[in-house]
Design a protein around this ligand. Structure first.
Ligand code: SF4
Ligand code: SF4
Ligand SMILES: [Zn+2]
Length: 380
């Protein structure tokens, strides 16, 4: 306690990122775990098998606890930790942060209604990938205003129509007059606007205002403003019908939006909802992405919600997570367990979002989707 009193605690609201490509892990290092006075760092087994000792552990940062003393940055021998200022404000605790990667060539503007629900827009040499939710448009304006002339946005690609990605489309296409592109499967939603349930309005603002000038994305590659980078565009449905992933093959960068998540523990709504995921299609799309990027050993994946990951590792993990969940739910079903019991057996309990959304976004839906996917077609 005395030691804590003596600490000079700066008044900062910050976000902590660990570059997983640099971090050597808790067994070989663990300096951040040992030295952080706020116990921000947590370690957990990556692949736990019941009854076996796990030697593969990971570190994550629970940055809600962080007070920004920078001790971890000083002790990390691999320069793997970055702390960015969070700009948080009431009444809704909305916040945003800016992160830079690849020698500042990639700028991530991330926005959240709460610490655990981030979405992002990435800016690479004048190409903006995604545009944040409707509630973030004021912050997006500020971000764009703050850009140096050479960073000015030339064109925009929206990875899919969900409101947390396409919410700035109207502002960018109407007010700024920028060319804004989206896959043809999502264009009607964005051009015409749509409404959605209250819990989504609460999180992302809304309803979604029409952006009639958005253009269909009917090309397979797009060059950035100075021609430094060319992104190949892959249509990888599953999370939704129009999802586009951008790959820069010479740099081995992949901007994958919501198609990759650290853990497959939750899924979007029932088929009757406008947002629902198809787990079989997600699996097929991830396999396609894995084949497409085979040989890109340095592949770095940039996600919308969770930042950056070593690409081949996270791809392989997502695929094997889905395959093992698929096997488990069918096995439990064959033993006579019902869907809710299967959720309990696999995850312990329903995800908090499942309760908040009355199962619209729930593990129960994931289990239902996995059961609909016949076991014999798993790897096709
Ligand atoms: S900045 Fe300080 S409080 Fe925050 S994670 Fe690093 S060591 Fe912990
Ligand atoms: S101090 Fe750096 S390298 Fe060591 S475990 Fe923490 S993040 Fe990884
Ligand atoms: Zn989405």
């Amino acid at each position: 306690m005395e030691r804590l009193r003596k600490l000079e605690i700066p008044e900062r609201t910050v976000s902590v990122q660990i570059d997983k490509a640099k971090c050597v892990g808790p067994f070989d290092c663990g300096e951040c775990l040992k030295n952080c006075p706020a116990t921000v760092f947590i370690t957990y087994p990556k692949n736990r098998v019941r009854g076996e000792i796990c030697n593969d552990w990971d570190i994550v940062a629970n940055d809600v606890l962080c007070w920004g003393c920078d001790v971890c940055i000083k002790v990390c021998p691999k320069n793997a930790i970055t702390i960015s200022e969070l700009h948080a404000y009431m009444p809704h605790a909305y916040m945003f942060k800016i992160e830079k990667y690849a020698n500042d060539e990639i700028v991530r503007w991330a926005w959240a209604p709460a610490q655990s629900a981030w979405t992002s827009a990435y800016l690479v040499d004048g190409l903006l990938i995604d545009s944040g939710p409707p509630a973030s448009t004021g912050d997006l304006k500020q971000f764009i205003k703050s850009l140096a002339p050479e960073q000015a946005i030339e064109k925009v690609i929206i990875t899919h129509w969900h409101e947390d990605h396409a919410g700035g489309a109207r502002f960018l296409s109407e007010e700024l007059g920028l060319p804004v592109y989206i896959h043809k499967n999502g264009i009607d939603k964005v051009r015409n606007g749509y409404s959605y349930p209250d819990y989504r309005v609460f999180a992302w603002g809304g309803p979604f205002e029409p952006a009639p000038n958005v253009r269909p994305l009917d090309i397979s590659a797009i060059a950035t403003k100075t021609g430094k980078y060319t992104f190949e565009l892959l249509h990888l449905p599953g999370h939704c019908d129009d999802l586009i992933v951008l790959i820069e093959p010479t740099q081995e960068w992949g901007f994958v939006s919501d198609s990759i998540v650290p853990e497959y523990q939750m899924i979007f709504g029932e088929p009757s909802e406008d947002i629902h995921e198809d787990i079989q299609q997600i699996h097929a799309s991830l396999k396609q992405l894995q084949q497409y990027t085979a040989g890109m050993d340095r592949l770095t994946i940039f996600t919308a919600g969770f930042g950056m990951f070593p690409g081949q590792e996270i791809l392989a993990k997502n695929i094997s997570d889905i395959e093992s969940l698929h096997e488990k739910v069918h096995e439990l079903k064959s033993m006579g367990f019902r869907e809710r019991k299967i959720v309990e057996k696999i995850f312990g309990e329903e995800h908090l979002m499942g309760h908040i959304t009355n199962y619209a976004l729930s593990r129960l839906n994931l289990v239902k989707a996995l059961l609909k996917w016949p076991t014999t077609q798993k790897n096709k």
